[in-house]
Ligand binder design. Structure first.
Ligand code: G4P
Length: 192
């Protein structure tokens, strides 16, 4: 998606070989006009696949996910990060280890909103090591839902997220793929 690439080049900050900061339009401030276009692009790719729900991981996935869901005409469900709780019938939970942030957390899905009739599109801002997305898939499987695919804004192709998801049989669609990062340098993987 050329507009997202342009924005990354204009405002993104490559901190080092691993991390791209996009605080001014995705993580700490959101550009709703860009997000709406992102939602349209993701929805257009996955339209006609029988998606019944869009699922995202709080917090930065919420804005692209809501626009994607609006375009697909379905509801959006949020996987929440929270302290471990006693398992109960209303909540599925799974432990996520974030290599990027060096943290562990419990990701949870309310069983009220996803069931065996759902065919789910996962939307998130970044795909890095893919721990969050693979955790989301574990939760959806606990709910006996099926996964239509995973749509992300920015894939860091030099990290193993895509490979992990594809190995699990999940289609990954990224609006922008980054081949490498360096201090103040962003190299894109392809021309989308
Ligand atoms: P991981 O396995 O290395 O943890 O990678 P994963 O793909 O699961 O992403 C974990 C978190 O790190 C996600 O945010 C993701 O958006 C963020 N992230 C990964 N790489 C980058 C990067 O280069 N730049 C930025 N800005 N974020 C990155 P999260 O923990 O879900 O937090 P939130 O921002 O959604 O609240």
């Amino acid at each position: 998606m050329q507009k997202l690439k342009d924005r990354i080049l204009a405002e993104g900050i490559a901190v080092n070989d691993d991390i791209l900061r996009v605080d001014s339009f995705i993580n700490r401030q959101v550009d709703p006009v860009l997000m709406e276009e992102i939602g349209k692009a993701l929805a257009s790719h996955f339209s006609g696949r029988g998606v019944t729900k869009v699922v995202t991981i709080e917090s930065s996935g919420i804005s692209p996910a809501v626009f994607t869901a609006k375009e697909l005409g379905v509801s959006m469900v949020i996987l929440k990060k929270q302290a471990a709780k006693n398992l109960n019938e209303e909540l599925y939970q799974t432990m996520i280890t974030s290599y990027t942030k060096g943290t562990n957390y419990e990701l949870t899905l309310s069983s009220k909103y996803i069931n065996e009739n759902d065919h789910v599109l996962i939307v998130d801002d970044f795909l890095a090591n893919g721990e969050a997305a693979t955790g989301a898939i574990r939760l959806l499987r606990m709910a006996h839902a099926t996964v239509a695919g995973c749509g992300v804004l920015i894939e860091k192709s030099f990290q193993p997220g895509r490979e992990k998801l594809e190995r699990a049989g999940i289609e990954v669609y990224a609006l922008v793929r980054i081949a490498s990062l360096g201090k103040d340098k962003v190299i894109f993987a392809d021309e989308d």
